[in-house]
Design a protein around this ligand. Structure first.
Ligand code: ZN
Length: 243
């Protein structure tokens, strides 16, 4: 069984199409939020996502902001500029779709799905082992999948020693999963680990494996659309370098 795990597409249709093509046939797609924000293609991304069969999706902080359910002042100036543009651009159908999704963490079989963290699903970043350790008490399943930090990694809890380790995952590496762990597939549309390639993961619940993957996409085409839409130059520049 192959489950495509994606997060933080950030209105980048070119990156999303590259990931869907590279992943090949999958049984289900799990999306950990932030389909929009930053990028030039909010409607196209939402429509493409809605067309996927067996999709399970939760909201991220940018999605919640576009729904008007969060004060934009919490975002930096450039992110806010992009959000204002996205709010005006999103069609009524796509708005209704976003509104139907959950801000809370979801449980799918052995996995809890959250955008930021199980303790604070919309906002908290799990960037270090201390925050990860606190979050292991906030979910009951063997595994938790999160996005939000845009970094492909795994936090593993060694129950006997009450110790959490952090491992940055290498593309193409197939990891045999052992409980308990918090795993991040990285970001489809705006990677932040200095590798501009799109990140995602393939999860096989029967074999208990997780494969971190990367795929190149046409960054300059997306940068041109960002510029044409009058969105912040910074959001175009960062895509070339992956930050
Ligand atoms: Zn994000």
């Amino acid at each position: 069984m192959r489950i495509l795990v994606i997060s933080d597409i950030h209105a980048n249709l070119t990156a999303l199409e590259a990931v869907l093509a590279d992943a090949g046939p999958v049984d289900e797609t799990w999306c950990l939020g932030d389909m929009i924000g930053y990028g030039p293609d909010p409607n196209e991304v939402l429509e493409r996502m809605r067309s996927l069969p067996n999709l399970f999706c939760i909201l991220g902080n940018h999605d919640v902001a576009v729904l008007g359910q969060m004060d934009d002042a919490v975002f930096n100036t450039e992110a806010r500029r992009s959000l204002t543009w996205q709010k005006k651009s999103v069609s009524p159908e796509n708005f209704a779709y976003l509104k139907s999704l959950s801000q809370a963490a979801l449980v799918r079989e052995k996995v809890t799905l959250a955008h930021g963290s199980p303790r604070d699903p919309v906002w908290e970043y799990i960037l270090n082992t201390l925050v990860a350790r606190l979050n292991f008490d906030a979910f009951k399943t063997p595994y938790c999948f999160v996005g939000h930090s845009h970094i492909q990694c795994i936090f593993h809890l060694d129950d006997m020693r009450d110790h959490v380790s952090l491992e940055i995952l290498l593309p193409g590496e197939v990891l045999k999963m052992t409980p308990r762990a918090i795993l991040n597939p990285g970001s489809v549309g705006q990677p932040r680990d200095r590798d501009p390639r799109s990140s995602y993961a393939i999860y096989d619940p029967l074999a208990s494996t997780w494969e971190s993957r990367r795929v190149e996409y046409d960054v300059s085409a997306v940068q041109k659309r960002i510029q044409a839409a009058g969105l912040p130059e910074k959001h175009a520049a960062r895509l070339s370098e992956g930050w």
